[in-house]
Design a protein. Structure first.
Ligand SMILES: [Zn+2]
Length: 449
């Protein structure tokens, strides 16, 4: 290890990150846990990771050390499905999906033709993600091209790794949100050319769902996907039974809902399908074979009464799977809350989700699901230094419960069952502090070596 550069930052705390899927490998080798660890960051990337006692003497003079002893440093959480344009829709009671879209979501999304509104919401949304320890997300905008110009501009200013796309929909929605197959293609292509690969930004081709796109538009979406094989594809699939029935009516030639997307060439790696609750065996096999990803959104599925995702079945099948908030159908920006609800949904399907598997999903698993694990997902040297600090004493109840926990597995389970944004003591982007909880004395711990 060479540390010749002048400016390094080092962070001390207990450190946890994953190397592989604990569901596949032996649990001993799937993660690295360093009870008193040190992470060294240079130029926004992890330079070194190891035990404090070994690494500390090697730090060059002038290294700034931040001491988070007693707290846990993890890679930033990743959210594989969220709508920034639904920030103001969260906690709106509806009947189920189709009614909720009509009464809350579509009117709210109509406001995003205003660049100032879009910019203000994007800023709040990204603040909220960072407060919750989420450092990367796959994000829906609205049909308005400017909703993405606003989002990417704000995310780019903050040097965030974010993937987002303009919603494509040309039917079964209000006139003020409708595009056409031609404008959908042209606007998406223009946004890809402008934003994809700028800094850490990425683009996702984003048809809302099969219900709101005509055959002509889906054919154009397929053409976009062929023209830009490097970008993501992001949409919804088999969330709600009424939706599934409507798709069968709109596409009478299709074998299944998934078959509609398959027909237009939208199944591939880096294609992320939110929900995937109501799939049959053939659908599952196509998901596995194509390398597409299912995004499990437990708080949304419970809130909208959509159904219980078969997490165990999906994990067993070898399908790529991510876990996601789906705000605003989802009820929390917090991945800790989302893991807690994932556990409960899995319980109702007869599967007890281990806490190690849950934290793997929210970090390295979601990075792999999005195909971004070369850069993010764990704290291996060379990775981008997006990380968070969890405080096991973030509430009196959590502090009390943590005192009787003796193992890492227990402590993680307490974080995911009792934790929320209050448990996120600090969030770092490329090694720079972007969020800290006001009550914490972390500034006092800064010292020059
Ligand atoms: Zn959604």
């Amino acid at each position: 290890m060479s540390m010749t550069a002048a400016v390094c930052n080092a962070f001390r705390g207990s450190i946890l990150h994953f190397l592989t899927n604990p569901g596949e490998a032996g649990a001993d080798h799937s993660y690295q846990f360093i009870p008193d660890g040190l992470i060294v960051v240079e130029n926004g990337r992890v330079l070194a990771l190891g035990g404090y006692a070994e690494l500390h003497p090697t730090l060059p003079a002038g290294t700034q050390l931040t001491d988070y002893s007693g707290r846990m440093i993890l890679p930033g959480f990743i959210d594989t499905h969220i709508h920034y344009s639904q920030t103001d829709v969260i906690a709106s009671p509806g009947k189920q999906l189709l009614d909720w879209l009509e009464h809350y979501t579509f009117p709210a999304e109509g406001r995003f033709d205003d660049m100032n509104h879009a910019t203000e919401v994007a800023g709040f949304f990204l603040d909220e993600l960072l407060r919750n320890g989420t450092t990367t997300a796959l994000v829906f905008g609205t049909t308005h091209r400017q909703s993405l110009d606003a989002f990417f501009a704000v995310a780019g200013q903050r040097a965030l790794r974010m993937v987002a796309g303009k919603v494509l929909m040309d039917r079964n929605c209000p006139e003020f949100l409708r595009d056409t197959s031609d404008s959908a293609y042209a606007d998406s292509a223009a946004l890809i050319e402008r934003w994809h690969g700028q800094g850490r930004l990425g683009y996702a081709i984003t048809p809302r769902f099969a219900v709101t796109s005509s055959d002509a538009q889906l054919a154009q979406v397929g053409e976009l996907a062929r023209t830009y094989p490097e970008v993501h594809i992001h949409t919804h699939l088999a969330e709600n039974m009424d939706e599934v029935a409507w798709v069968a009516k709109l596409f009478p030639w299709s074998r299944s809902y998934l078959d509609v997307y398959d027909h237009y060439g939208l199944l591939r790696e880096r294609a992320v399908y939110a929900h995937c609750i109501h799939l049959d065996e053939d659908d599952r096999q196509r998901m596995v074979d194509s390398g597409a990803t299912a995004a499990f959104c437990p708080t949304s599925n419970l809130f909208l009464g959509s159904g219980l995702f078969d997490l165990a079945g999906v994990l067993d099948s070898g399908m790529r799977v991510g876990v996601a908030t789906d705000v605003g159908g989802g009820t929390s920006f917090s991945m800790l809350r989302t893991l807690g609800e994932s556990y409960k949904v899995a319980q109702l399907r007869g599967y007890t989700l281990p806490s190690l598997q849950a934290f793997y999903l929210a970090t390295l698993g979601n990075a792999k699901a999005l195909g971004l694990d070369d850069n993010i997902g764990n704290l291996a040297p060379g990775k981008e230094a997006d990380f968070i600090v969890l405080d096991p004493e973030s509430t009196p109840l959590m502090a009390r419960r943590m005192r009787s926990a003796t193992t890492l597995i227990e402590r993680l389970f307490i974080f995911m069952t009792l934790g929320d944004d209050r448990a996120v003591a600090a969030t770092y982007i490329l090694g720079e502090l972007v969020h800290t909880r006001a009550c914490l004395p972390s500034a006092e711990n800064l010292s020059n070596e």
